[in-house]
Write a protein that binds this ligand. Structure first.
Ligand code: PBG
Length: 329
């Protein structure tokens, strides 16, 4: 005789909804947004159907729409013109730069929107790297100084939380100190603590024209700073250091192939955890859905819910707007 029957609790949708362990809501989403120069401009990103690069005015319009759908946080990325790129990243802390003007415009139009600018030099680098290069190497500490200046300029423009995605050592501390010294005690740091060198970033790099360049001595990948995907204990080491340095939120990236890392970090820390459902993960679902091989809506909601099950508190996802519309239905 079988007494214990797990299927009892799966018998109807009402029972299933009573025993559900994790829940997905629009409060969980952070929408990454690509911005470019110009006015009234919108360009589709070929490898990310449904995602656009927009000028500031249309970005603001999009933010209003996102906010009205319940998406209350955006993560900002700039496509910078070639003539503004160099090996110092100085355009990154230009008070009148594209990022700074975007932050001001969004905070002005939608003050409640949580604005999280990306902090990294790659869109501003002639080499497509997240750091300053000397003698063919990415130099850590000089890059930290640049990232700290960049973060302060974001805070001055009105950013709520800066989001360093560069993977230099010690940059959370450098940024925290610079923010404190400038009086920005309330500006938070969301640290990409465990960020892996991943092929899943491909569509993002084409959206921003930020892929590492093939140039002589210059490293052609980001493996000297982003993590090796064979490793998981190393992720814990990265996370604990960033917590000690003063991070407010810890990010794990990419997302779906890295849920083991999310679950492990969840066990170990009590800070909020963010996960990044990256461009390549978006592209895979969209490509399959366009071919009729996957159900678009169900696959999106399932994937995003699995991040919650793994232990994430918030999800950076290009599906944010679409998923918000599905959840609001
Ligand atoms: C760069 C950065 C990358 C992403 C976010 N910030 C790309 C990279 O590290 O090369 C990737 C996001 C995505 O693929 O959606 N600092």
């Amino acid at each position: 005789m079988i007494y214990s029957r797990n299927r009892r609790l799966r018998s109807t949708e009402a029972v299933r909804s009573l025993v559900r362990e994790s829940h997905l809501s629009v409060n969980d989403f952070v929408m990454p947004v690509f911005v470019m120069e110009g006015e009234n401009k919108e360009e589709p990103i070929a490898s990310m159907p449904g995602i656009f690069r927009r000028s500031i005015d249309l970005t603001v319009k999009e933010c209003k729409e996102l906010y009205s759908l319940g998406v209350k946080a955006v993560n900002l990325y700039m496509k910078v013109s070639d003539h503004l790129k160099d090996n110092t990243g100085k355009e990154a802390w230009n008070r009148d730069g594209l990022m700074q003007n975007t932050i001001k415009a969004i905070k002005n139009a939608v003050p409640e929107m949580v604005v999280m600018p990306d902090v990294a030099l790659d869109p501003y680098s002639i080499y497509g790297h997240d750091g300053i290069i000397e003698n063919g190497k990415i130099v850590n500490d000089a890059t930290n100084d640049a990232l700290a200046r960049m973060s302060v300029s974001h805070a001055e423009a009105g950013a709520d939380i800066v989001a360093p995605s560069d993977m230099m050592d010690g940059r959370v501390l450098a940024i925290r100190e610079a923010l404190e010294e400038s009086g920005f005690h309330d500006v938070g740091i969301l640290s990409y603590a465990a960020k892996y060198a991943s092929s899943f970033y491909g569509p993002f790099r084409s959206a921003l024209d930020s892929a590492p360049k093939e140039m002589g001595e210059i490293p052609k990948d980001k493996k000297t700073y982003q993590m090796d995907y064979h490793n998981s204990r190393e992720a814990m080491n990265e996370v604990f250091k960033d917590v000690d340095e003063g991070a407010d939120i810890i990010m794990i990236k990419p997302g779906l192939p890295y849920l083991d890392i999310v679950a492990k970090v969840r066990e170990a820390i009590d800070l909020p955890i963010a996960v990044y459902n990256v461009s390549g993960e978006y592209a895979m679902v969209k490509a399959a859905a366009q071919n009729g091989w996957l159900d678009n809506d169900k696959t999106i909601i399932e994937s995003l819910t699995c991040f919650k099950r793994a232990g994430a508190d918030m999800i950076f996802t290009y599906f944010a707007k679409e998923a918000a519309m599905l959840l609001n239905k």
